[in-house]
Design a binder for this molecule. Structure first.
Ligand SMILES: Cc1ncc(COP(=O)(O)O)c(C=O)c1O
Length: 456
């Protein structure tokens, strides 16, 4: 059945040759870079191989909604950098968060379902958890990620996941993943960490006890502001068989998949863990948040320079945070890398390699001066992204976190005076001059800042 190259002088007609000539399926070339496999479906060598691959008993490419060879390289690469057992690439970071959590919910079978989540989250994630998950009947308890007792107190029999950001967006909260994982595991709940802001260069949550790591690869992994993508990595560490009645879809015969028991069938040795197979064969298959292979290729290019970019951007960000903290027009700088920040000791212990290139600060200004300050920046681009080689600025209250209510914004540490920066690869001195120029447009308020008012 396998098609081979049709020679130019073949007797096949034009219509046949325009489809088959010059190509042999599955022949690998000696390319140095990862090829973009722009193919919807994959040829099976025979009937038995097709049957077994569809039955999930044999690994292999089926259809690019669920998986693609270019994406598979991205999956293996991010999994390797995170110390995972495997990964699933999806169309966006938002899809990575949604599919990871919905897969855990689905693994449990019918509800009720409950999730415990940090209240220091990217605004889009808050929208998903507080609004759309509520529509789906999934209850979410939000809590302060630094309140270690709150995590265990919030866990219920119906809790299916604990969710937090390794470094919170936008005020750089660094939760103690090990302590939270200990509490969650004692209650039989897996821990999902969004490590977008940390990247595997600075912090690898699985080493600290997290079970599943999600990334908006759109940010640092891609790094160039060109491509939207997401990745879900499974550490393969969570034992779903310890409380099998909680995870019926993984531990009991699954009718939809020919009665397979996922925890018996998939041991993760080939990158297929029970969680990842369910994420791919149910979550990604049913909802369809597919990553295009050309996008995967762009993220792979970005990853090749990940550590160089992240280390340089991290150092520049700390330098600029120090500069801003000394300016009279700045009320507080939300960067725990600063020695007088109340979370300095904790954050530098938990993330000793640094805290990335995104941080926020509150202007000591009248609210009507925030817009003109942002507009007077010249090197910083007003754009809702982070982790780009370009330096970016946003006003979280009216942009990334605008859908939160006032209480949600206050919990997230955001006021109308908060400005978020994402520091790129430009010369730090040029960025400092740009900030200084823009700050000179802000009226210096008379009232001296009380020391205790500098941080919340
Ligand atoms: C921490 C974090 N997680 C998830 C997302 C969502 O990712 P995407 O925009 O790739 O869907 C973002 C986007 O800003 C983010 O900052």
């Amino acid at each position: 059945m396998t098609h081979s190259t049709i020679p130019p002088d073949s007797a096949e007609g034009f219509a046949t040759r325009q489809i088959h000539a010059g190509f042999t399926s599955g022949v690998s070339q000696n390319t140095l870079t990862v090829p973009i496999y722009q193919s919807v479906a994959y040829e099976f060598p025979d009937f038995a191989a097709a049957r077994d691959t569809f039955a999930l008993t044999k690994p292999g490419n089926i259809y690019s909604r669920n998986g693609n060879p270019t994406n598979a390289v991205l999956e293996r690469r991010v999994s390797d950098l995170e110390g995972g057992a495997g990964a699933v690439a999806v169309g966006s970071g938002q899809a990575a968060v949604a599919i990871a959590l919905l897969t855990l919910v689905a693994a449990a079978g019918q509800g009720p379902h409950h999730i415990v989540a940090s209240n220091k989250l990217y605004g889009g994630t808050s929208d998903l958890l507080a609004d759309t998950f509520a529509d789906l009947g999934i209850e979410v308890t939000f809590l302060d990620p630094l309140d270690s007792h709150a995590w265990s107190a919030a866990l219920r029999d119906t809790t299916r996941a604990v969710f937090l950001e390794a470094i919170g967006n936008p005020v750089l909260t660094v939760p103690d993943i090990s302590a939270i994982a200990e509490a969650a595991h004692a209650a039989g709940v897996p821990v999902v960490v969004d490590s977008t802001m940390a990247t595997p260069v600075l912090l690898r949550p699985i080493e600290h006890g997290a079970d599943i790591v999600v990334h908006s690869a759109t940010k640092y992994l891609g790094g160039h502001g060109a491509t939207v993508a997401g990745v879900i990595v499974d550490g393969g560490t969570f034992d779903f068989t310890a409380r099998p009645e909680r995870w019926r879809r993984l531990t009991q015969p699954f009718h939809r998949f020919g009665g397979l028991v996922f925890t018996d069938e998939f041991d993760g040795s080939d990158g297929r863990t029970p969680f990842l197979v369910l994420a791919r064969a149910k979550g990604v298959h049913d909802f369809g948040p597919t990553l295009s292979p050309s996008s995967a290729s762009q993220i792979l290019l970005g990853i090749e320079t990940l550590d160089l970019r992240v280390r340089r951007q991290t150092a520049s960000a700390l330098e600029l945070a120090r500069f801003l903290s000394a300016q009279p027009q700045v009320a507080r700088v939300h960067h725990p890398g600063l020695t007088d920040h109340p979370e300095h000791e904790l954050a530098t212990r938990l993330s000793p390699e640094g805290l990335g290139s995104v941080f926020s600060f509150d202007l000591a200004a009248r609210p009507d001066e925030v817009g003109p300050f942002i507009d007077s920046l010249e090197l910083f681009t007003l754009a809702a992204n982070i982790g780009d080689v370009r330096s970016l600025v946003v006003h979280p209250a009216t942009m990334t976190h605008s859908r939160l209510d006032d209480a949600g914004r206050a919990d997230a540490g955001i006021s109308s005076l908060t400005v978020r920066l994402s520091i790129g690869l430009e010369e730090p001195a040029d960025l400092r001059d740009d900030l200084a120029r823009a700050l000179s447009t802000v009226t210096v308020l008379d009232a001296p800042r009380a020391a205790e008012d500098r941080f919340r």
